[in-house]
Design a protein around this ligand. Structure first.
Ligand code: HEC
Ligand code: HEC
Ligand code: HEC
Ligand code: HEC
Ligand code: HEC
Ligand code: HEC
Ligand code: HEC
Ligand code: HEC
Ligand code: HEC
Ligand code: HEC
Length: 334
């Protein structure tokens, strides 16, 4: 009889411990994400302060787009005025409150009065032809630093490897009118990322070639704070949760592999020769990367009754809730 009471007390104690642990975990994760958010904010502010191209403001240096039109409209092979007029950049012409450095051709090509007075002197106007990636990007960033999307370009693997805005965008001759893209996706990215192309050709893959998922759903080509220019969810969690929210938890029993090492410890994010985008051809081989049969392997040891018999090879037949569970410490049930 006493035993029964004892058991119940122990159960209650256990339950309250679990509850306490859960509350502590939630608090901790809120704290972590808070400080993360603050870090991001601080970094964003400092990124905004990175210098964009300082355009001269003296109106006497500028000629105005109407003047450029007089000559450049008549160059049919180029038609630069026409392409400008049709582009989203034409809206800069309508903002009459700002100085000439914000308007028309000269917002990108810089002041052009001398070029005009020289009858089209090529040495007196900024041309994008031989400019460095940094110089080019600074010109575009004079306007495009607003928002989270582009404000980190300076720290991106792209700019750091001399890839500029106009390797992906074309101001005058875009192939895709939306976002002035030089090439449609994913071909644009494959042009430089052959390895990714091969990965998405594997039998199991995120359907990027089928245009169901885009490279930029997971990556920000303009850079960011995470490795591999990965995006995050709005709560600064792994980008995978954006679409696979059922894996996000929080679970009463987390699988540390998911929680700490991340999805990539078992999956290949682009594509794989194995079903479920797994890293290994058989599930047990995935698990055995971390779990060992020996008794002295520490906390991640597999019980000795799990011999290599067939029965135990399909680990997820029994451990079905491998991403985390609310009811089973060993992930037998969701
Ligand atoms: C008097 C006529 C004239 C006017 C006005 C004019 N340009 Fe030009 N521009 C030329 C000529 C001529 C060239 C050389 C074309 C060539 O060699 O293909 C040229 C070349 C350029 C180039 C390319 C330089 C290069 O290296 O290929 C740019 C950029 C340019 N102009 C921008 C402008 C802008 C911006 C304006 C307005 C501020 C403007 N132009 C006004 C005649 C003019
Ligand atoms: C949004 C920035 C932007 C504006 C506005 C703009 N251009 Fe350009 N222009 C570029 C870029 C970038 C290139 C390089 C080729 C490309 O990306 O299409 C270029 C290329 C050129 C060229 C060929 C020489 C070179 O630099 O490669 C000429 C000529 C030219 N632009 C003229 C003009 C004229 C004339 C106007 C106004 C009617 C104008 N541009 C407005 C960004 C701009
Ligand atoms: C590696 C390729 C790449 C580079 C480099 C790049 N972009 Fe983009 N950009 C893209 C792609 C892809 C999209 C389309 C995103 C989408 O579909 O949501 C885009 C979208 C945009 C947009 C429209 C969407 C928005 O959120 O405002 C702007 C504006 C833009 N880029 C400006 C820039 C500027 C400015 C630079 C240089 C400082 C730059 N890009 C460099 C690939 C690139
Ligand atoms: C004078 C300011 C200014 C400069 C300089 C400038 N842009 Fe823009 N850009 C704008 C405005 C304004 C728009 C239209 C409104 C918008 O979409 O944000 C725009 C639109 C765009 C878009 C299309 C956005 C969409 O959603 O379709 C792209 C891509 C882009 N710019 C890239 C560039 C690149 C690349 C450069 C440098 C070669 C550049 N811009 C230089 C102001 C500028
Ligand atoms: C489902 C999300 C997702 C999509 C879609 C995606 N990526 Fe990735 N990509 C990742 C993740 C996650 C990594 C990091 C892998 C790692 O660190 O092990 C990565 C890594 C990369 C890398 C770094 C090299 C490497 O292999 O680690 C490049 C380059 C890259 N991706 C390009 C692309 C291109 C190009 C596309 C579109 C054709 C694309 N990605 C689509 C998630 C994605
Ligand atoms: C003009 C060539 C070029 C284009 C186009 C291009 N990239 Fe890149 N990208 C590079 C280079 C160069 C690097 C740096 C070296 C590397 O990691 O491969 C890079 C790096 C990256 C990285 C970061 C890899 C890391 O190790 O941190 C990602 C992610 C990426 N690119 C995705 C994309 C996506 C998505 C697109 C299409 C929207 C794209 N790239 C288009 C040349 C390009
Ligand atoms: C933009 C949405 C999106 C993002 C972000 C995303 N996925 Fe996916 N994922 C999908 C879709 C849609 C499928 C369905 C597969 C199909 O039919 O193409 C899928 C399928 C999968 C599969 C295989 C499922 C099966 O039944 O074979 C795995 C594993 C997977 N994703 C893991 C990841 C990982 C890991 C990440 C983060 C690196 C991620 N996903 C990010 C949309 C996404
Ligand atoms: C410990 C290894 C491991 C980790 C870490 C892991 N997964 Fe999985 N995942 C698996 C296994 C094993 C399967 C196949 C399950 C089966 O055999 O039915 C799977 C299946 C999936 C599937 C397809 C079936 C389903 O349950 O929807 C998706 C989607 C998926 N994982 C997404 C993710 C995401 C997103 C993450 C990161 C949050 C992640 N996985 C982390 C091992 C893992
Ligand atoms: C990246 C390393 C890693 C991989 C891969 C991995 N695990 Fe784990 N797993 C862990 C860690 C770490 C723990 C926590 C161990 C602990 O605290 O006792 C854990 C815990 C477990 C537990 C609960 C054990 C307990 O007593 O709480 C089970 C069951 C489990 N894993 C099964 C699997 C299976 C099945 C697979 C393959 C689908 C797998 N794991 C893949 C690292 C991994
Ligand atoms: C036939 C069902 C079954 C299969 C298949 C299976 N397990 Fe288990 N596993 C169990 C049982 C039963 C337990 C003990 C549960 C308990 O302690 O309540 C267990 C416990 C575990 C534990 C926790 C050990 C601990 O000390 O808490 C790990 C880790 C584990 N299994 C890993 C694996 C791995 C890795 C595979 C694949 C190689 C696998 N299991 C395949 C049934 C299975």
């Amino acid at each position: 009889m006493f035993g029964g009471v004892h058991m119940r007390v122990r159960r209650n104690l256990e339950l309250s411990w679990i509850l306490l642990l859960f509350v502590a975990l939630v608090c901790a994760s809120v704290l972590v994400s808070r400080s993360w958010a603050q870090q991001v904010k601080a970094k964003t502010q400092s990124a905004r302060q990175t210098k964009a191209y300082d355009r001269p403001t003296d109106p006497a240096l500028y000629a105005g787009a109407e003047t450029c039109k007089t000559c450049h409209e008549d160059m049919p092979s180029k038609g630069f005025y026409k392409t400008y007029e049709d582009s989203p950049h034409y809206v800069t012409m309508l903002d009459t409150k700002k100085g000439p450095e914000w308007h028309g051709c000269e917002a990108c090509h810089g002041p052009g009065k001398e070029h005009v007075e020289g009858g089209g002197d090529k040495s007196k106007i900024f041309t994008f032809k031989n400019a460095s990636a940094k110089e080019i990007s600074e010109r575009c960033l004079a306007c495009h630093t607003y928002g989270e999307e582009h404000s980190n370009f300076a720290r991106s693997a792209h700019l750091q490897n001399n890839v500029s805005c106009i390797d992906c965008h074309s101001s005058h001759h875009p192939k895709e009118s939306q976002h002035l893209m030089k090439e449609k996706q994913p071909q644009l990215c494959y042009g430089c990322h052959q390895e990714a192309k091969q990965q998405f050709n594997r039998p199991f893959h995120h359907r990027v070639n089928e245009r169901l998922v885009g490279c930029n759903d997971c990556h920000n080509p303009h850079g960011g704070f995470l490795n591999r220019q990965l995006r995050a969810t709005s709560t600064q969690d792994t980008v995978c949760f954006k679409c696979h929210s059922d894996k996000a938890g929080p679970f009463v029993y987390e699988h540390e592999a998911v929680k700490i090492e991340g999805c990539q410890s078992c999956h290949m994010p682009h594509g794989s020769s194995n079903p479920r985008l797994l890293k290994r051809s058989q599930v047990n081989l995935v698990c055995l990367e971390c779990h060992a049969f020996t008794t002295d392997a520490g906390p991640a040891a597999i019980p000795t009754f799990h011999n290599q018999a067939q029965k135990y090879q399909a680990c997820t037949l029994c451990h079905v809730a491998i991403h985390g569970s609310n009811t089973s410490k060993v992930f037998f049930t969701p």
